[in-house]
Design a protein around this ligand. Structure first.
Ligand SMILES: [Zn+2]
Length: 108
């Protein structure tokens, strides 16, 4: 199974696209597609129709849509948006900031 170097609850900065410059928390990751849902990024307004048989009311719903993982950078607390490196601590592989070397823990 492919894994991404960005995980849920990470804070990322958008590097490309219409939401460039925004930062947000990662809500979901889709490793098989290589995309992420980031809070307040690529929000699309969906018209929800109230067809018969559906319980939802008609109206406008706002929902984040996926952004490609290559279009965002993980935020390092010291350096800002950085590239992610890896090192092994005991049996676990941890992510590090490629700039300052700080460990970037995965938040649960
Ligand atoms: Zn750093």
């Amino acid at each position: 199974m492919p894994s991404l170097n960005i995980h849920r609850n990470d804070t990322v900065k958008v590097l490309r696209g219409s939401d460039r410059g925004k930062t947000g928390r990662v809500l979901r990751v889709f490793p098989d597609k290589g995309t992420l849902l980031v809070e307040h990024v690529r929000v699309v307004k969906k018209t929800v129709s109230s067809k018969s048989g559906q319980r939802t009311k008609g109206g406008i719903a706002e929902q984040e849509s996926g952004i490609d993982v290559s279009n965002v950078a993980l935020m390092c607390p010291n350096c800002g948006p950085v590239r992610v490196g890896f090192k092994t601590e005991g049996d676990t592989k941890v992510r590090i900031c490629k700039k300052c070397g700080q460990t970037l823990p995965t938040k649960k």
